[in-house]
Ligand binder design. Structure first.
Ligand SMILES: Nc1ncnc2c1ncn2[C@@H]1O[C@H](COP(=O)(O)OP(=O)(O)OP(=O)(O)O)[C@@H](O)[C@H]1O
Ligand SMILES: [Mg+2]
Length: 266
């Protein structure tokens, strides 16, 4: 299977100042020599306890944060060296869906504007073709034409995440990084959004890097899993193998936190 993204030896250290007059400086290795491959067309889940570096990994892959060290190849292009048009095309090809759609949607913009923005930035089509693209995408995620004239606060959490998904997919990316996309939602809504993401993956041939705390979701959607701890890769492999015979104590403990009946269900 072809590799879409290859990240090697990623390292990122944060300096935290704490204490009286910020005199104490401690460094945290959010990414510690981490290497991963993402194969085209699959869902690769990233799991690990809070603070293990999952979001740092996600943000570094789309260059939202600068790495201290490491290389990222996306479709054989070196992400850390490209600039200008090449970077723009690559950015279009990797989109992100965030945990809290409310924080990531501009509250002062109507949905139509939110959806138009990426198309304008990347100069895709004219206003007529842009509108038809937006309309078909917003319908595809389960909303209606009249919703385009509303503001983010007029929607429920689940609907807002549908808008976040529509905005991410409007640019027809190949890789979509989902950082805890359903953890802020009610359980019943979570299932609907997961189902939507799955069907969109098939329809558009997407590759997902899917960050989650919830191992039940991993079981449900991921082909492969990587387990992170303290910025390091602890374990990686096919979902069934990680669940069936975890190699490390850390992974076993993560798995043990899932209610037993759900662990067995596929
Ligand atoms: N901007 C920052 N400045 C300083 N430290 C940071 C910053 N962002 C993250 N960190 C630290 O880096 C480590 C990794 O954080 P990160 O957000 O990547 O973890 P995570 O696995 O996504 O956690 P969670 O599951 O809670 O979302 C944590 O110790 C965090 O406190
Ligand atoms: Mg995070």
């Amino acid at each position: 299977m072809k590799i879409l993204l290859e990240a090697k030896n990623l390292s990122k250290e944060y300096i935290k100042t704490t204490g009286f007059f910020s005199r104490t400086r401690t460094s945290i290795k959010a990414l510690d020599n981490l290497s991963i491959n993402i194969k085209r067309g699959i869902t690769l889940a990233v799991v690990g306890e809070s603070g293990s570096g999952k979001s740092t990994l996600a943000k570094s892959l789309i260059r939202l944060i600068e790495l201290d060290k490491g290389s990222i190849k996306f479709k054989n292009k070196n992400m850390r060296q490209i600039s200008g048009d090449e970077l723009k095309v690559t950015r279009k090809n990797i989109q992100m869906i965030f945990q809290d759609p409310y924080a990531s949607l501009n509250p002062r913009m109507k949905i139509i504007k939110i959806m138009e923005e990426p198309l304008k930035i990347h100069a895709i089509g004219n206003s007529t073709t842009q509108y038809s693209k937006i309309l078909s995408m917003i319908k595809r995620v389960g909303l209606e034409e009249r919703d385009l004239l509303k503001y983010p606060h007029q929607f429920s959490g689940g609907q807002r995440q549908r808008i976040g998904i529509a905005r991410a997919l409007i640019l027809e990316p190949e890789l979509v990084i989902c950082d805890e996309p359903v953890s802020a939602l009610d359980v019943s809504v979570q299932a609907q959004i997961i189902q939507l993401l799955k069907s969109l993956q098939v329809e558009f041939g997407l590759t997902y890097l899917f960050i989650t705390h919830d191992l039940r979701i991993v079981r449900h959607i991921a082909n492969e899993v990587i387990v992170m701890k303290d910025g390091k890769l602890i374990e990686q492999g096919k979902t069934d193998i990680i669940f069936g015979s975890p190699k490390t104590k850390y992974t076993k403990e993560l798995l043990a936190s899932i209610p037993g009946n759900l662990l067995k269900r596929k």
